[in-house]
Structure formats: C-alpha cells, structure tokens
Design a binder for this molecule. Structure first.
Ligand code: G1P
Ligand code: ZN
Length: 545
C-alpha cells in the first residue's frame, strides 16, 4: 500500500446543510470533488487515525464508486475499520443503529434522501456522530472550514475491495467488514415491537401494501414484513432498489407515491398502506379510501397517544418533540398525557440532545419524519411497524382510530404550500419584509382571527444551552390557528418558500370540510402577511401537501 498525497484547492459552495452536503451527481463526479470533501470530513472530525466508521448509502447511482473512494481515503488517513453494508446499501436509520450498536466513531451516509437519483439526479454525503445522529453545527462548521483551506487529500493506490461479498477483508492496514444490511436492524425492531401480535394480525387476513419506491427499504420491508411477519408475498411493491429509483422521485408523499394512492383508493384496497423514501428515514401512512392519507403531524399525535401498545413504550413516554412547523396536534396529546412537548427548529439533528438526555422518547416532523430514542435518525420502517403494532393490539382500522382521535382531542387541519425554485433574491426579500413587520402584527385582526403573537423562531436547547436563531416566522392566532414561513435548507435549485398553515377545530366542531377549504382564512392571512404573489409572481403553490 502506498499513500499518495494529491494537491487540491478549496472548492467554493461546499457548505453542508442540515442534511449534509447535497449536490448534482455530476458535481460529485468532478475529478477530486468527492475526495476533497471526504478528506475534509476526516480533518473536520479530528482525523481518521485508529477510528472505526460505518459506511453505506441508499444505492443510488455513484453509491458503489463513492464508497470505493471513501475506503481508499479512510485507509490513507489511518482508519482502523470500516463496517459497510453489502453492495454499499444501508438505510439511514440502519446506519444510525450500527454506529450505536458497535460503538463506532461515527458513520458516513451516502444519500440525497428523497431527491431523485441517477446520472442527472442528486447525490449527497453526510457524517453521523458516535451517538448515531447527524453531525451538529459545530462539526459541520469545522468540516466546512476545512473545505475553504484544504490544499491536499490523501488516498491509497490500492483498488477498493469488492463489497458485493459479505465477510472480513483488509485494505492496506484497514479492516473492512461487509455485513448484511438488514440483520441488525431487524433485531432492533424485534426488541421494540410485538412481532407475535403483528404476525397474528396478518394471519387473520389483514392486508398491507408497502411501497419501497425502488429505494433502500425494499430489502428491509421484504425481509421483515413478508418474511418474518408473514404478510403475503407481493405486499411490498417497487421493492428492488435501483440506481435511479426507477426514474421516480422517492418521496413518500401522495404526489410521488401516486401508485400507492391509487391502490389505496381502488376497489381492492388493502387495510393499510405505507411508503418510505430514498434512504428509508421518511414514512407515509395511508388508510383505505379517498381520505385515507394520514398527515405526518396527525401520525405523530396518534403514535404518541397509542405508543404504550408497543412493548418498547409500554412504560409511557418521557416526552415528545416536534419541529416548529409541525402541527400542534401532538401538543394536545402530550398535555393530556402529562408529558413535556418540545418545539425544535426544522431538522432531525435538533432532537439529538433531547433523545440523548432522555427528555423525549418520540419525535416527529411534518415532512414525513417520525422516530424515537431507538436510533438518532427518523425511521420510516419503524413508524410503519409501530402503526402495525398499534392496529394489531387496538383492533380498529386507521381511519376509525383517527376520526375517534379527532372527536376526542379536536382536529388540527394542516397543509404545507411549497413555492419551488423562487429566485433567491425574491425569496430573501419576502422573508426580510415579513420579519420587519412582525412586531406590528400582535393584536391585529386578520381574516376574522386575532393575532396573538408573531416572532422569528429561536430555540434555546434545554440540554446544552445553545441558541439557534432565525428559524422561521411564526404567526399564532388566538383560536389556535397558525401561519409559519421559512426557506428550505435542502433545495438544490433557487429558493423554496415553505408556508405551513394550521387551523384548530375543537372536539365536536365541524369536521367534514376539505382541508384547503377549512384553511381558507389562514391561507388568506398568509398572503396578507407575506404578499407572496407580489414577491414571487406566483398565484399558486407548486406543491400542496
Ligand atoms: C426538509 C424538511 C425537514 C427535514 C429535512 C431533511 O428540510 O422540511 O423537516 O428535516 O428536509 O429531511 P427543508 O427543505 O424544509 O429545509
Ligand atoms: Zn430521507
């Protein structure tokens, strides 16, 4: 083995966001680009010498090649061992589990989550910490600082080893363990859930359709749902990961999982539908019929209310946490349960301290992310299994459970309007204008609703005391309704303005309206507050969830 030092220059615009570094695949394939960034990761985390890391990705185009490069750079930086999923495949929650279970020094995840893959799609790379969670800002800042000053990277001249074969290998002085991607993850799920109850549910004829969207959860869902739990073969659709996700957009959202929606609204709809995203951390839950889609905010509230039916949570929850834009439905459940509910900035990493410190057991985001203290990432298949465990023990179907919940706790109508690829200057100008108006809003009446408070969300972490500011504008109305606005941190083209709209209807209130109609006054108020049409030239959002 020879270590080669290759001179390089800083590359501009490499700032890793909340979910690591995401770029067009073509950018990652430019000579030296990936090498440069991987070297900066090792430099930014204090060097790779003697360390053990988990490495895996969602199987998208360039995954295997990138892992080959990472192993050659890791060996040149003196790493002791890499644990790699067979064929380079590991879901994001599975990486988190492996880091924790084998007490490694962290992990590298290759994914651009739900963004399309392929040669003209997106690619991404993210570093996770020894607790299994995404790197906090101080670490991503250190990595970024290195990208601005890097002069050389180190790589060995040996060819990468073949990761299609399970076993232990050496590359230079480094050990490489290629492992089965599903085994450890399944063992964890078995600890958390009542597999016998779910097995019995399927044995009674309960049917499910899980859409893996040609992405990483295919092998996990097939093994666990169809294999261990006995769901009929064919319950998992699009279950073979493909480098470009079958040409699709692996986002578990009614728009992109339209095949699943069609199945769930069809004549032979199964009892339960679910989907997960590119890297397996997001989930979508859908019951039978035209109104079957369970909004992620409602899903979090329902899981909080019924988690005690699963063995891992039978002793109750220490607390729950939701990202600021997520609806306040879970707050109401937490209050009833007498447990704290934390409101954090957008991005899973903000839940890390609450989970590590035992303050929160369940966490969720409106963007289809739900998880618990079992790992330090959101976990798509975990959410599906918790739902199945609850349904198996409770006996009601999804839609009945949800309507009973609304009847009991009230309903938080909720929708997110996304304006995509807005010119950055226009989006910044809109946010600046809204921020400048905030102090004048409280006390005014808008569209028949009195504004109670308006602020730019700042989060004081109760564990480490760190303050994270400017996390998005919140306008709270007296009747429990709310408008939230922020710019996406994960878009790869222009700016994405996200407008989150919420209206609370007390138990017993009118519940049979269409969500957008129920939210009409809040939508109108959002336009009055932000003048979206004027700033963006758009009269309608691109994506309405
Ligand atoms: C989006 C979601 C956010 C999630 C993140 C990473 O970020 O809104 O909840 O944590 O993706 O999956 P955004 O583009 O809004 O910054
Ligand atoms: Zn994801």
């Amino acid at each position: 083995m020879a270590i080669i030092t290759i001179e390089t220059t800083p590359i501009k615009g490499q700032k890793p966001g909340t979910s690591g570094l995401r770029k067009k695949t073509a950018v990652f394939r430019e000579p030296g680009y990936l090498e440069n960034f991987v070297q900066c990761i090792f430099d930014g985390v204090g060097g790779g010498a003697g360390k053990t890391y988990v490495v895996g990705g969602d199987g998208r185009f360039f995954n295997t090649e990138a892992i080959g490069t990472i192993m050659r750079i890791a060996a040149a930086n003196g790493a002791a061992q890499l644990i790699i999923g067979q064929d380079g495949v590991l879901s994001t929650p599975a990486v988190s589990n492996l880091i924790r279970k084998y007490r490694t020094d962290g992990g590298i995840i290759l994914s651009a989550s739900h963004n399309p893959g392929g040669e003209s799609g997106d690619f991404g790379i993210k570093f996770n910490m020894p607790n299994g969670g995404p790197a906090p800002e101080r670490v991503t800042d250190a990595i970024y600082a290195r990208t601005q000053e890097i002069a050389a990277y180190r790589i060995i001249d040996d060819a990468p080893i073949d990761i299609s074969v399970i076993g232990d290998f050496t590359l230079g002085n480094m050990q490489i363990s290629v492992i089965d991607p599903v085994t450890d993850y399944e063992a964890l799920m078995r600890e958390l859930f009542d597999f016998d109850a779910i097995k019995a549910l399927f044995a009674r004829g309960f049917t499910v359709c899980f859409d893996a969207m040609h992405a990483v959860t295919g092998p996990y869902a097939k093994r666990i749902l169809e294999g261990t739990l006995g769901a009929p073969t064919g319950s998992v659709i699009n279950g073979t990961p493909s480098p470009d996700f079958g040409g699709g957009h692996p986002d578990p959202h009614p728009v992109w999982a339209s095949q699943l929606v069609e199945i769930m609204t069809g004549a032979h709809a199964p009892d339960f539908g679910a989907a997960s995203d590119g890297d397996g951390d997001r989930n979508m839950i859908i019951g039978k019929g035209p109104d079957g889609f369970v909004s992620p905010s409602d899903s979090l509230a329902l899981l909080t209310a019924y988690a005690h039916l699963a063995p891992a949570y039978s002793g109750g929850l220490a607390g729950v946490a939701r990202s600021m834009p997520t609806s306040q439905a879970v707050d109401i459940v937490a209050k009833r349960l007498g447990i704290p509910c934390y409101e954090t900035p957008t991005g899973w990493k903000f839940f890390g301290n609450l989970l590590d410190d035992g303050k929160a057991t369940l966490c969720g985001e409106e963007s289809a992310g739900t998880g618990s203290d079992h790992v330090r990432e959101k976990d798509g298949l975990w959410a599906v299994l918790l739902w199945l465990n609850i349904l198996a023990r409770d006996g009601r179907d999804i839609c009945q459970l949800r309507s009973d919940h609304w009847h009991d706790f009230g309903r938080n109508y909720y929708s997110r309007h996304d304006y995509e690829n807005v010119p950055t200057e226009a989006a910044d100008a809109l946010m600046a204008k809204v921020r400048s108006r905030l102090s004048n809003l409280p006390g005014t009446v808008m569209c028949g609703m009195k504004i109670e408070s308006a602020d730019d969300f700042a989060y004081l972490d109760p564990v480490d005391g760190s303050l994270t500011e400017r996390q998005g504008v919140r306008v709270q109305f007296g009747d429990g309704s709310r408008v939230v606005m922020r710019l996406s941190g994960t878009g790869t083209q222009g700016a994405t303005l996200r407008v989150y709209l919420e209206r609370f209807v007390e138990p017993g209130g009118e519940l049979n309206e269409d969500t957008q109609i129920a939210l009409a006054a809040v939508i109108e108020a959002a336009e009055m507050i932000a003048e979206i049409v004027k700033h963006t030239g758009r009269t309608k959002a691109d994506i309405i969830t």
